[in-house]
Design a protein around this ligand. Structure first.
Ligand code: NAP
Ligand code: MG
Length: 499
């Protein structure tokens, strides 16, 4: 599909599209060929302030909308996404560099599914009523618990799943009855813009306000603004720390979904037919730019050689190419900076004494030379203490570590500052559950990888984050409990009797 981008896109504040207050813009290009796509507004401090004001102005009315009506809106948004799936997939691919088959089959349908899930979820968020007895009330009291929205929240999303991560943030906000100021990454602002253009008639003005601009400016203005009641962030652990500090200073909660170096564990008794496919889903999906990517691959001694041979064969035959071609399996990194970062880790691996079993360099074949392509890379002879085994590379680069037995691999898997994803591959179900329980991580797959549909909690242990998304529990993070405590008796308390 050909997309006709406008020459310029503005900020979405109070239901209107407008330029930034000083007129500044930044260029957005296609990482697959360097082509300029359009320009976007570079938000100023004043723009962020206007967005916060618009959100608070919309809040009283939006807060009063019944959950049933909010659910209906969420369902309409999901339908609108599905009706425009082809457009949204093409925009995401052109902006981000991920292949069209991924945006068509993953990013876009998972996003609409997310809105649909929260349409249902909000209807299950029932309050409670219980009868209590306290010494200074004669008779009983009735305690009623209601869920109320928090107010205006600040949300910052990354470039690896620009649309899906926005859906993860926006669906619970709308379900809960909050208003938001959301910032996309300046590397990939377009899918959120096109989405908001498509759904702006469905949501009252000011409920969703969208800011574009760099993290160090527009992002930092959000962190510094005193007008938020909650912050939500997905991105690097480094910036996540800034978000946590900003939240602490305002004494507001923050949910953080950060980096990872997840252990993908293969036992000798795994179903080998699934193994290599799972390896590729774990580290090549989205060009490895996945927070829970299976980037640390542990393989048991008995199948190690066979596994590495099969993996190299698979990695070198994956189809890398034109991102808009449905047959392309792996596209480009998001930008040149990421390619450089990945390449620097290849050098680190070599210096550390590891072996580059395949890949290890940008793909410059023919037309691909114009884009940010990096070859699928397998690094072997790795030990768990090497930097390439401890630090997030965020590219199609898996390091392979040999292990002896269960105790050995659990120890190494847990020797990491992160704990976001991970998997165990074995036909022995009791071993699978033992290992899954022993690894310090928020999500452990068994005989699969990178499945993140709505309905199961997703989030990190250790430095991988705080809080969970993609299930009912996130509604608690976007609401607060109101307790109404009612004296059911007309009697005097007896503590301070009338004289
Ligand atoms: P990042 O800096 O953390 O970017 C994530 C988001 O935060 C973007 O919207 C970014 O805006 C914004 N941001 C950046 N600096 C900010 C600041 N000082 N205050 C407020 N917001 C700020 O991530 P990155 O630099 O693009 O990528 C670096 C590494 O982070 C990656 O290589 C990867 O290891 C990790 N990462 C992880 C995830 C994940 O899902 N866990 C996602 C992305 C990156 P701009 O992009 O406009 O600057
Ligand atoms: Mg950055």
């Amino acid at each position: 599909m050909k997309v006709d981008f406008k020459k310029k896109y503005g900020l979405f504040i109070g239901g209107e599209w407008r330029d930034s207050s000083d007129g500044a813009t930044f260029a957005v290009s296609n990482p697959a060929n360097g082509e300029h796509l359009t320009d976007c507004a570079q938000a100023t401090e004043k723009d962020v302030d206007d967005a916060v004001k618009a959100a608070w102005a919309a809040f009283p009315e939006w807060k009063a909308v019944e959950p049933q009506e909010r659910a209906a809106i969420l369902n309409k948004i999901a339908d609108r996404i599905d009706e425009n799936a082809e457009l949204l997939a093409a925009v995401e691919t052109l902006d981000n560099g991920k292949p069209i088959r991924e945006t068509t089959f993953i990013d876009v349908p998972w996003s609409s599914e997310h809105f649909r899930y929260f349409a249902g979820a909000v209807l299950t968020q029932q309050g409670t009523a219980s009868v209590l007895n306290t010494p200074n009330i004669t008779g009983n009291a009735l305690s009623i618990v209601l869920h109320e929205p928090i107010g205006v929240v600040g949300q910052i999303v990354p470039w690896n799943f620009p649309f899906l991560m926005a859906a993860w943030k926006l669906a619970p906000v709308l379900a809960a009855g909050d208003c938001t100021v959301i910032k996309s990454s300046s590397s990939t602002p377009l899918s959120l813009i096109v989405f908001l253009e498509l759904i702006q008639d469905l949501v009252p003005a000011g409920v969703i306000n969208m800011i574009t601009g760099s993290g160090s400016r527009a992002g930092q203005y959000i962190l510094d603004h005193p007008g938020f009641r909650k912050l939500a962030f997905t991105g690097s652990t480094e910036v996540g720390l800034n978000v946590a500090r900003a939240a602490a200073e305002k004494l507001i909660p923050a949910t953080l979904e950060l980096g990872g170096k997840s252990a993908n564990i293969y036992f000798d008794d795994c179903n080998f037919r699934q193994a290599i496919d799972g390896l590729q889903v774990g580290i090549l999906f989205n060009q490895g730019q996945v927070c829970c990517a299976g980037s640390r691959v542990f393989v048991q001694e008995g199948i190690y050689d066979k596994f590495v041979d099969a993996a190299v064969k698979a990695f070198t035959s994956v189809k890398q190419g034109d991102t808009m071609d449905m047959n392309t399996q792996i596209g480009t990194q998001v930008n040149e900076a990421q390619v450089k970062k990945i390449a620097s880790y290849i050098e680190i691996a070599k210096k550390e004494g590891a072996t580059i079993a395949c890949g290890g360099e940008p793909n410059k074949e023919g037309e691909l030379a114009k884009g940010c392509y990096f070859k699928p890379t397998l690094i072997t002879n790795v030990t768990n203490d090497m930097r390439v085994a401890q630090e997030e590379i965020f590219g199609p680069v898996a390091v392979v570590i040999k292990f002896k037995d269960e105790a050995d691999v659990i120890k190494m898997a847990n020797d990491s500052e992160y704990g976001l994803g991970g998997a165990v591959w074995t036909k022995d179900i009791t071993k699978a559950i033992r290992v899954a329980r022993s690894v310090e991580t928020g999500r452990m797959w068994v005989n699969t990888y990178n499945q993140i549909p709505a309905g199961a909690p997703f989030g990190g242990y250790k430095k991988s984050g705080i809080g969970r998304e993609t299930d009912l529990s996130i509604l608690d993070a976007y609401t607060q409990q109101k307790n109404i405590f009612i004296n059911l008796s007309d009697e005097e308390t007896g503590f301070y009797p009338e004289k």
